[in-house]
Write a protein that binds this ligand. Structure first.
Ligand SMILES: [Cu+2]
Length: 702
């Protein structure tokens, strides 16, 4: 809340600074003309004086605001303001103070020199405010490097010299040719026109420059970061330039480079579970009565629920019947070997119509997970290419599900459909059986999956319940709660358990409003009056359950510590199209950082959300352990997440052990955000990929 207030204030101040100094620049120029043309200067001087004072006061407020942000939210939220923007404002302000002051305070008629210095300093100040506005709106540095500091500062310095020389030349001309305010208006109009033409040309250039090549690697060595750890020799950069003849690259430990195609699950052996998923178009009647042209697995949405047991060798054959753009299957939340991860252009080629692809892996974990296509995922998941992937504990190892009594294990997807009436949220039962008929006394497990991009909250009315697991990992000693809301970001899952009472229980889902977007009623006969009220408080996963031994704490010595700052360009070009862009460390993919690690290392990442919306950040192939939020350690059960929902103004520190070699996407699960830049990779230094993305390859992971 504080953060959004600060952000709004900063935007307003940035605009006000640029407008005030723009108006002051006009007044200062008028004063220069009037003084040199020996006409009445009083009105111009008065306007300039008011403008300078207003502008300086606004600058002081801007500095105070940054100080307040620093003190309340911390350095991560102001580092680019301090390092890049404050010199662009404070140094020209000193220039104004030193050079415009004599003219402003003098009562006698001003000299040529004082007029030139006054105009040049005020114009430099205006340029500084424009540069800052440009950075805040269109090119936020986030984590500034030397270039990001030096480039705008160099522009400002050069321009201040040019402005000084320009105003001297103009002073001579104004005196010699007795030019007046009319000349000033004419020249200003010409400058404005030139600025419009230059900006239009720049706009067109920016659009073209943002286009991706028809084929490119997802691995970009110039973006590699080592998190303060050893700089590792890079097989991927060599593999990327392999055609130059570097074919035998060896990692630091002497092991040869590995291709993702070698990082498969077991290629032989009789699978314990075998499934076939057929990607196909199908007209679907939604429970809401809407009809949608869906893209489905096996003609149903959600796709078939795949239920396996811990330790199973699973074999899934994907067949693409008629999805022209191609499909893949990604196992969200399941730490599969890299080659089975289903990311087109990184771990495989997209499966085109008529083609098939077989995934084989052993599951080494339990819990509620899901699968979805990762080809143009922002489109394909929305259209229905997803389903549940449930891993039950190995036989005889189950505490919750095999208690002897009757059990009901129900997966519920919350999905947003684009219907004739706009976006519509629907709660889908993953399988029609056991459905909504549940006898009293039954031990119920509801597996809630948010397959939409937008965050949703879930309320269970009619019974107290426990949150048994989050993102498929069990919560330690979850306490019984009632009436609380469960907030689940895109891609996230919560397992809710309760004993079925003698009356109806309602599961309601809420989006932005207080009115339920959809609900399901569970009861003995499948009927009952829905109670769709929204719960009060949101259950905080960092304060839920009880502590237990954890592999990481504040004393852990990490091999690498990465910083991930999430931000936005309010407007920008991405692959030739304009939109709000979502950035990591001030860049959009493919310029976002690539975190390089070595197998066995302990890795910490600090995630800072400085943008105006939430981002559920999803790292493939690993679960991350939550160390802290806003620098406060977790108080409840240890939390292992694959999708970390980071709200605006929040900071998370998460940790993992690098134990699954490969090249792994790390992206926002608001899939539209990933498609507009918010995507990056974690790469093990000795791993290479032969796959490419881009229009010529047919691979489009976002
Ligand atoms: Cu996002």
């Amino acid at each position: 809340m504080t953060f959004l207030l600060f952000s709004g204030l900063e935007l307003l101040l940035t605009m006000a600074l640029a407008l005030t100094w723009g108006a002051t620049a006009w007044a200062a120029n008028g004063w220069k003309y009037a003084a040199l043309g020996q006409t009445d200067v009083s009105r111009w001087r008065c306007a300039t004086r008011i403008g300078v004072w207003t502008g300086l006061i606004l600058l002081v407020v801007w500095c105070a605001l940054q100080m307040a942000v620093l003190l309340t939210l911390g350095w991560d939220f102001v580092m680019d303001r301090v390092a890049v923007m404050s010199p662009l404002l404070i140094l020209p302000a000193l220039f104004v103070g030193g050079c415009a002051w004599p003219a402003l305070s003098a009562h006698a008629s001003a000299s040529d020199k004082s007029m030139v210095l006054m105009a040049a300093s005020v114009h430099t100040m205006w340029l500084g405010t424009l540069l800052v506005a440009y950075l805040v709106l269109f090119d936020i540095p986030s984590v500034p490097d030397l270039r990001e500091f030096a480039a705008p500062f160099a522009v400002l310095t050069v321009c201040s010299v040019v402005l000084y020389a320009y105003h001297w030349r103009r002073a001579t001309a104004i005196r010699a040719r007795r030019q007046g305010i009319r000349t000033m208006a004419g020249r200003s109009a010409v400058f404005a026109l030139a600025a419009v033409i230059a900006l239009t040309a720049w706009n067109l250039w920016a659009r073209e420059a943002s286009r991706f090549p028809p084929s490119m690697s997802m691995v970009h060595p110039e973006t590699f970061e080592f998190g303060g750890g050893t700089v590792l020799p890079l097989a991927a950069s060599m593999g990327h330039h392999g055609h130059h003849g570097h074919h035998h690259v060896f990692a630091a430990d002497g092991s040869p480079a590995i291709s993702v195609t070698d990082l498969t699950g077991p290629r032989s052996g009789e699978p314990d579970k075998r499934f076939t998923l057929v990607a196909q178009k199908k007209t679907i009647d939604l429970p809401s009565g809407h009809t949608v042209e869906a893209w489905t697995f096996n003609g149903q949405v959600p796709g078939p629920e795949l239920v396996v047991r811990e330790g199973d060798l699973v074999e899934v054959t994907l067949i693409n019947r008629d999805i022209e753009a191609g499909v893949t299957v990604h196992w969200h939340g399941v730490d599969v070997p890299n080659a089975e991860d289903g990311v087109p252009g990184v771990t495989q080629d997209a499966v085109m119509p008529g083609e098939s692809h077989t995934y084989r892996f052993v599951v080494h974990e339990t819990g509620s997970h899901w699968y979805h296509s990762h080809q143009t995922s922002s489109v394909q998941v929305a259209k229905g290419l997803f389903g549940a992937f449930i891993i039950l504990p190995a036989e005889g190892k189950d505490a919750d599900l095999d208690t002897g009594g009757d059990t009901a294990d129900i997966t519920v997807f919350s999905h947003d459909w684009e219907t004739s009436e706009g976006p519509t949220t629907i709660l889908h039962l993953s399988e029609p059986v056991p459905g909504r008929t549940i006898p009293p006394g039954t031990n119920v497990r509801l597996r809630l999956v948010n397959s939409a991009s937008l965050t949703k909250t879930f309320t269970l009315n009619g019974t107290p319940f426990r949150v048994a697991a989050i993102d498929g990992w069990d919560i330690h000693e979850p306490e019984e709660v009632a009436g609380k809301r469960l907030k689940i970001g895109g891609g996230g899952r919560y397992d809710v358990t309760f004993t079925m009472p003698g009356h109806a229980v309602t599961l309601a889902v809420h989006g932005e409003g207080t009115e339920a977007a959809d609900y399901l009623v569970f009861s003995e006969d499948g009927r009952g009056t829905p109670d769709t009220r929204m719960g009060s408080e949101i259950l905080d996963p960092l304060e839920y359950g009880s502590p237990a031994p954890a592999p990481f704490d504040e004393t852990t010595a990490f091999d690498r510590e990465f910083l991930m700052v999430l931000d936005q360009f309010y407007y920008g070009y991405y692959n030739g199209r304009a939109n709000t862009l979502w950035t990591i460390n001030g860049e959009v993919f493919p310029h976002t950082p690539t975190y390089v690690v070595q197998e066995g290392e302990l890795v910490k990442t600090r995630i800072v959300n400085r943008s105006l919306v939430y981002h559920p950040m999803h790292l493939h192939g690993h679960h991350v352990f939550v160390l802290s939020r806003n620098d406060q350690p977790y108080k409840g059960s240890p939390l292992w997440l694959d999708t970390v929902l980071v709200e605006p103004g929040e900071t998370y520190e998460v940790a993992f052990r690098a134990d699954n070699p490969g090249i792994w996407m790390d992206h926002c699960h608001v899939l539209e955000h990933a498609a507009w830049g918010m995507s990056m990779h974690l790469i093990y230094h000795n791993v290479t990929t032969p796959f490419m993305v881009g229009s010529a390859t047919g691979n489009h992971p976002e």
